[in-house]
Design a protein around this ligand. Structure first.
Ligand code: FAD
Length: 539
């Protein structure tokens, strides 16, 4: 395979670029890294400055820790590196999947009893995170709170199951999950969310996400479709005629709109899903707001590009600059996809928006590739490669400013600082963060850096029952010890360790592929893994 393919093909040859995207799907990591480093547009001086600016942001945020929102504090205290964080994660995940109360009760009891909650008592300055407050959250109005709990939260929690009975504990834990979950959503309805957006300065510019994904039935898909339609109209009214990039917008998931959204069902998807998305895009265009298609699992990428190309060819919305897609930098195909987006925009004579993310499904991508015994992974296997890929992609996006509006979604101080270095003078672009996360970091960036670009908040809207999948993703992502948000407020970790130049780190590595992650087909030392089929690649 030719790793120079992007350099040799014609910039508007859509078929050739699609072929490169497919060819690079499970590309060996050595080739990826060589290409990323070759395409990086960050000079030595700029790299130096990015590190210095990022350190300033972390130090500034640490100095203002009192203003830290609940979630930042919560995730730092209950990360995946301790048993209690894992217990919470298991409970959230279990409630998502266990249909019967009895099994849910037993799992909750086991998770609560096994953990050492007292280890967290008084550790965090956040009132919420304190173990006694956690007890209060658990019980809410259901149980009377014994004053002795404050001194022995652990003992209380251990005996809670025995004393109160399992149904009460189940209710209490569900309630606790709802409180945590409530921190991630801006409202249960779009009206409530728009009300907050109008009243709170940091929520003035939002991309609303009507919670819901992975529709299991056509009935689900129709329900999500109706909620998207309703939200587009409401957001459009609130935009009051502002240009799409200056007003709040909507994010949608294709998996919410079609219960059989897989490549194997391509014809069905294009026949049934496409008219639904086209209708939503036309509605968003008429309302004058932006509509972004979220990025989901890697084996859905090829199919989603078909959908995006078809939407881009819709002449009814050609003059609307609001059609957008999210792109995952951890994917080995990311650079090719940017070229493809640029080519689609030029071929169809329209402007598109691209939200660059690192990617939220890393663990499951690795697991799925291993299950399938594939020849390689669709995602990078080292965090530092994803960081560098993000910067290479950012540079590539800035190369298409005539047809692409870039939107950089990250909570990493170094990534923010490096984007500022990469941005050409006068470039129009924005940053994005998730509601409940990164607030302190961006407040600090806006305080320290003159003319900081606009910051849009991705704002989930919905009821608790639709929240859990999103919540589990956030807990997984932020609890991971490689995650920037999980560590940057921890005084025990020196700033130099949090903020490092990923480029020099990547250059220093002996092998591009993480030695802990041999190719899925070579997973076992004593035998070949059973080979499977990559059902996301039409080739
Ligand atoms: C506004 C907004 C919208 C979003 N929309 C989407 C979306 O549509 N689709 C989606 O998938 N995600 C989406 N996300 C989630 C996003 O992917 C994560 O928030 C993001 O990856 C975290 O990156 P960071 O720069 O903030 O943090 P960092 O801590 O710097 O990076 C963490 C990321 O690094 C990557 N990573 C971790 N370990 C490894 C490893 N061993 N090898 C390779 N890579 C690794 C993962 O992508 C992980 O999420 C969105 C996020 C925001 C802020």
């Amino acid at each position: 395979m030719n790793d120079n393919s992007s350099e040799s093909r014609k910039p508007t040859d859509l078929a050739a670029i699609r072929q490169s995207i497919r060819d690079h799907s499970l590309w060996p990591e050595d080739g990826c890294v060589t290409r990323l480093l070759r395409n990086l547009e960050l000079t030595g001086g700029a790299r130096h400055r990015a590190v210095a600016v990022a350190k300033g942001l972390v130090e500034g945020a640490r100095a203002r820790r009192d203003e830290r929102p609940f979630l930042d504090a919560f995730l730092q205290e209950f990360g995946l590196s301790n048993q209690e964080g894992i217990a919470l994660m298991c409970i959230a995940e279990a409630l998502l999947r266990i249909p019967d109360d009895e099994t849910a009760d037993r799992l909750i009891a086991e998770q609560l009893a096994g953990a050492d909650w007292s280890a967290h008592a008084g550790k965090s300055e956040s009132l919420f995170v304190n173990a006694s407050t956690w007890g209060l959250m658990l019980t809410g109005g259901i149980l009377d709170l014994d004053p002795s709990i404050k001194s022995d939260a652990a003992g209380w929690l251990r005996t809670l199951t025995r004393k109160a009975g399992e149904p009460v504990v189940r209710l209490a834990v569900r309630r606790a999950m709802r409180i945590i979950g409530g921190e991630f959503v801006v409202g249960r309805t779009i009206e409530e969310a728009l009300g907050r957006s109008g009243a709170e300065k940091t929520l003035a510019l939002c991309s609303f996400d009507m919670l819901g994904e992975g529709a299991r039935t056509q009935h689900h898909a129709e329900r999500y479709l109706a909620s998207y339609e309703h939200a587009i109209d409401a957001i459009g009214r609130a935009a009051k005629g502002r240009a799409p990039h200056e007003a709040s917008s909507i994010s949608i998931k294709l998996s919410a709109l079609e219960s059989r959204y897989t490549l194997m069902q391509r014809d069905r998807v294009l026949g049934r899903l496409l008219p639904r998305v086209r209708m939503l895009a036309e509605r968003a265009a008429a309302a004058g707001i932006q509509l972004t298609i979220d990025a989901e699992e890697a084996d859905r990428l090829d199919l989603s590009l078909d959908v995006i190309e078809a939407l881009s060819r819709d002449t009814a919305t050609r003059s609307w600059p609001g059609l957008g897609l999210a792109l995952q930098a951890y994917g080995k195909r990311a650079l090719d996809v940017i070229d493809w987006v640029g080519a689609v925009a030029r071929t169809t004579g329209r402007r598109l928006a691209v939200r660059l993310v690192k990617g939220a499904y890393w663990d499951s991508e690795i697991k799925r590739a291993q299950e399938r015994g594939l020849d390689g992974y669709p995602v990078h296997t080292r965090k530092v490669t994803t960081d560098v890929s993000y910067l290479a992609c950012a540079g590539r996006l800035f190369g298409h400013l005539d047809v692409i509006y870039p939107q950089f979604a990250t909570h990493n101080a170094h990534t923010i600082a490096a984007i500022l270095e990469l941005a050409p003078a006068g470039a129009l672009y924005e940053f994005q963060r998730l509601h409940g996360m990164g607030g302190l970091l961006y407040a600090e960036a806006i305080r320290q850096i003159t003319d900081f670009p606009p910051v849009r908040t991705y704002a989930p809207v919905g009821e608790h029952k639709d929240l859990l999948a999103y919540l589990v993703r956030r807990l997984l992502e932020n609890g991971a010890n490689t995650s920037f948000v999980n560590r940057f407020m921890d005084d025990k970790v020196p700033v130099e360790e949090i903020v490092r130049d990923p480029v020099s780190e990547l250059e220093r590595l002996q092998a591009a592929q993480n030695p802990l992650l041999p190719n899925p087909i070579a997973l076992y030392p004593d035998r070949r893994n059973s080979p499977g089929i990559d059902l996301g690649n039409p080739a």
